[in-house]
Design a protein around this ligand. Structure first.
Ligand code: ZN
Length: 310
């Protein structure tokens, strides 16, 4: 067994074999939050310089580091594939197998202003912060990425905090169960996977803060999973990862919510949820009510968590 696998088995929360290869010896292109990031650019023309691409990647890595307290994996590889004639960051995919790595398609005529608006890089990096799951549980992977990405960017000033909430108000209705829904583990639509997963995260975040008197949030549960070795290089059943998260916050919110939502279409009264948080979008723009019963929870979710809250 290679040394990296032995180490992963020793420190991994599941004691399962890691899928990662041994770390490569050559120096990384970037070092952020304790993670070494290698960047390769595929064939084709880009208006952007390599330095501009590295600055974008570095900013995304800083956002992810702000949220998780460190970069989720020790070594991460990015391949940028130029796409002729196009503009903007077009898509991204992340794989755990063969070492954490992502491939991003970037239009030839993309400029720095496009990168400043981009969310894809941060989203892909967030995927490295949770154990790789089988298809039945992809909703938790996409849900965490969808929920954490804008928060992480807002915490380092790369996204307006108010927009985090307006995006949730607009997006989360896509995650509600529709006719024929059989719960998150069995309903693999786009809406339930991305926004159903994000709704799970939002509900968890609120409940954790309620049940711990504001001392803990979802961020602490996710950092706890990571601290126990649960990044995407580890094979770990979802129930075990959630138990590890609950252990870090001292209340079984993740496990209870998962058991409620995995096999059943749980209804959520979103109007009441937003009202309680003090979010009003009725006139098209965000208006906040600081006297709302859960306004303090909304503020706590928006506020950057301290680097070490474990
Ligand atoms: Zn994703």
């Amino acid at each position: 067994m290679p040394r990296a696998l032995v180490l992963a088995s020793l420190i991994g929360l599941c004691g399962c074999a890691s899928a990662s290869g041994a770390p490569r010896a050559q120096p990384a292109d970037l070092k952020v939050g304790g993670g070494a990031i290698d960047v390769a650019i595929g064939d084709g023309h880009l208006d952007l310089s390599r330095a501009e691409l590295l600055a974008w990647i570095s900013g995304s890595a800083e956002a992810v580091t702000a949220y998780f307290g460190r970069f989720p994996v020790p070594r991460y590889r990015i391949v940028i594939e130029p796409v002729a004639g196009r503009t903007g960051v077009l898509s991204g995919t992340t794989w755990a197998f063969g070492g954490a790595h992502s491939r991003l398609l970037v239009g030839e005529h993309t400029h720095v202003a496009d990168l400043e608006r981009d969310w894809v890089m941060t989203h892909e990096m967030v995927h490295t912060a949770f154990p790789d799951q089988p298809p039945a549980h992809h909703w938790i992977e996409e849900g965490i990425a969808t929920y954490v990405e804008p928060l992480a960017r807002s915490w380092i000033g790369h996204y307006p905090p108010g927009k985090v909430w307006t995006d949730l108000v607009r997006g989360v209705p896509n995650g509600l169960p529709r006719a024929g829904d059989r719960g998150l583990d069995h309903t693999h639509t786009w809406g339930r996977t991305y926004w159903g997963g994000a709704l799970f995260c939002l509900l968890a975040d609120i409940q954790i803060r309620e049940r711990t008197g504001g001392r803990r949030g979802l961020v602490d549960a996710l950092r706890g999973i990571l601290a126990a070795g649960g990044n995407d290089q580890v094979d770990c059943p979802l129930t075990r990862a959630l138990r590890e998260g609950d252990k870090a916050i001292g209340v079984p919110v993740l496990e209870e919510l998962y058991h409620a939502m995995k096999d059943a279409p749980v209804a959520t009264d979103l109007d009441a949820l937003w009202r309680d948080l003090g979010i009003d979008m009725r006139h098209g723009a965000l208006a906040v009510d600081e006297q709302a019963p859960k306004a303090a929870i909304r503020r706590a979710i928006s506020a950057r968590a301290a680097a070490h809250t474990q």
